[in-house]
Every structure is written in C-alpha cells, then in structure tokens.
Write a protein that binds this ligand. Structure first.
Ligand code: ADP
Ligand code: MG
Length: 333
C-alpha cells in the first residue's frame, strides 16, 4: 500500500504541501478534494516522483521511494488532458503503455472494451472527442497493470454532462480492474462518485479524511462545509434524533445529541408547509429544481423548489427543513 508521511513540498519559499499524511490501501480509491491552488497536484506529483519533497516520505509497502525515479515506481499517470501521442492510433497509444512495461501487446482489445472503446483501435486519436481521448489515456495507464493509478483532474477538461457520465464510467472501470488509485479533483460530486475515501485539502494540508457520507454529513469545519456546498451555518439543538432550528425541525437520527452547529445546503430549505416565511428575491433554473434566494427577517437564504411550481420573484413563500441538505459541522468524536 501507499503511505505518505509528513510530506512537505515548497516552491521557492511557498509551501504548496504542508506536513501531509495519507494512506491508500490495496484496491482502494482515494480522492484528494479541494479548491484550486490548495496543493492537490503538487501532492500527487510528489507521490509520482515528479516533485522532490522538502520533508517527509512516500513509501510503498514500507519501502521508501525517495530514490526511485518516476518510471521505476510502477505507477500509472492520467492528467487533465490525456497527453496522447497524436501520431499514433488508439491501439498504438494503449500498446505504448504495455511496451513500456515490457508486457505482451495482446491485452489492448481487452483494455479498450474495459473503457468502452471496443472497435476503436484503428481510429486516430485526433479524431476522437475529449471524453474518448480520456478513455484512451485511462486504458494506456491501466495497460501495464500499475500497482497505483494517479489521476489529476482526469475529467475536468470535459463539459459537465459528459463529466458526470464519465465519472460513473471511471468508477466502474476502477472497480472492474481492481485498481488502487489516488484521484485529484476540485469537484465534490466527482470525488463522491469515485472514491471509497475522500481526503479534503485546504491550503496545503489535509483537513479531513473519511468515507463520502461521513464527510458529507460531518464536515470538520465551516470552511469545509462551505466548500461542500453549504451556504448557511446556524446553531441548533438535537434531542432524540430530531434537530430544532430557527427554520423548524427535521429528523436527523445520525446527528449527535445536544447543541450542534448545522451547515445548510440550499436543498435543506424547501418551499412548502413550514414555520418560516419569506420573500423570493431571485431565482435560477437548474436541471431538476429551481434555486431561490429568499429574504427572511432581513437576511437572504438559499432555498429550492420544484420546477413546475416555482414561485416568482416577489412572491411570499413558506420554507420547510429537508434533512437531506443538512450537515453537522465539527470533528467526529
Ligand atoms: P492544485 O492542484 O490544488 O490546484 P497546485 O498543487 O497546483 O494546486 O499548487 C499549489 C500551490 O503551489 C499554488 O499556490 C501554486 O501556485 C503553487 N505552485 C504549483 N506549482 C508551482 C511551481 N512549479 N512553481 C511555483 N509555485 C507552484
Ligand atoms: Mg491541480
């Protein structure tokens, strides 16, 4: 397994990665999630051997990789833009991965079907869509059976609809191939789709590691909650699995009892029968719901409604609390 211990990387005085510890177990997919500039790529590059740490170690099964060069680490790499060889066809690109590893070339077709590109072998990569090119890059990286796959924002160059589809496909391919992987992304939906565990980074440090639902429900601090989509932080009290807030009550059986700080995502406040009244000041249509800004007691909160019965700007509405959009802020005991 991969172990990163006390890793620090500086660029001329700027600390990009600061004292990071993280492990990836055999067969596990871990996502490094955080905003742009927080040090995700630097950490990934240090694991790959492309960046020399200023302190700390990267090891595999207890063996320090400090003196092992990139191509001897046995890791596969996939970047944002696939970095395919434009002069080779699809088969040639995937075969390159096998040839580099001294493996027989008969796995190419198997790899192409794994990534959903059966029959594409003779296509020129320059004639493929962005999504297809990323599938080729993935097949090429998987070809030598790397003991660890490192993916840096593998989907972020694609448009949104394709990204969601490819995240699901990528998750399936990683499971089907039994790969051990570390995936960098700034998109929490993508991280939660792909990963067994999510490591949240902020300003060069890992601030929280957990299973997706743990991180989603129990973000470690308000900054993390905001990064995961919460727009409002409110004090509340939980008794017998029911949380009481200024916006009403909701069943929250998993929440700790007593005083808590809640982070509300827009979906936590839904137009319907509820104790709080306000006035709609803005609305934006999303795919399957309408996002509203609602003025409540001279403060503006985010809320949602269905598409069919969305209130117009200026309308008075009642809001109810939906437990699905609620997180409890703070470290888990
Ligand atoms: P992320 O991948 O999370 O967006 P990076 O690891 O690329 O973040 O960057 C982390 C920090 O290090 C940023 O402040 C960035 O500007 C800086 N940085 C990254 N690469 C270099 C470099 N080659 N030289 C100097 N600073 C760099
Ligand atoms: Mg990056």
């Amino acid at each position: 397994m991969l172990a990163v211990d006390g890793l620090t990387v500086r660029y001329r005085g700027v600390t990009a990665v600061s004292d990071v510890d993280i492990q990836v177990a055999d067969g596990e997919v871990v996502a490094l999630l955080g905003p742009s500039g927080c040090g995700k790529s630097t950490l990934l590059r240090a694991v790959a051997g492309l960046e020399r740490p200023d302190a700390g170690t990267v090891s595999w099964d207890g063996r320090d990789l400090g003196d092992v060069p990139v191509h001897k680490r046995g890791f596969g790499l996939v970047f944002q833009d696939g970095q395919l060889f434009p002069h080779r066809d699809v088969r040639g690109n995937v075969a390159f991965g096998l040839r580099m590893a001294g493996k027989p070339l008969d796995r190419v077709d198997e790899l192409l079907s794994l990534v959903g590109l059966a029959g594409y072998g003779a296509r020129r990569v320059t004639e493929l869509s962005g999504g297809e090119q990323q599938r080729v890059a993935l097949a090429r990286a998987l070809a030598p059976n790397p003991r660890l796959l490192l993916l840096d924002e593998p989907l972020s160059a694609l448009d949104r609809a394709l990204r969601e589809q490819l995240a699901v496909d990528l998750s399936r391919v990683l499971r089907a191939s039994g790969a051990t992987a570390l995936v960098v992304t700034h998109d929490h939906d993508e991280a939660f789709t792909l990963a067994d565990r999510v490591a949240i980074m902020s300003a060069g440090r890992i601030v929280q590691v957990g299973r997706p639902e743990e991180v989603w429900r129990r973000p470690v601090d308000a900054e993390t909650a905001h990064f995961l989509g919460a727009s409002l932080v409110v004090p509340a009290a939980v008794a017998d699995g029911v949380v009481t807030t200024e916006f009403g009550v909701a069943a929250l059986p998993w929440a700790p009892e007593g005083d808590v700080v809640l982070a509300l995502r827009p979906t936590a406040l839904v137009v319907g029968e509820g104790p709080v009244r306000g006035t709609v000041v803005a609305r934006v249509h999303r795919r399957d719901h309408v996002r509203l800004s609602v003025e409540v007691d001279s403060r503006t909160v985010d809320a949602v409604s269905g598409v069919g019965d969305a209130p117009v700007v200026g309308a008075g509405v009642s809001l109810r609390l939906d437990p699905a959009g609620i997180a409890v802020v703070g470290p888990t005991p």
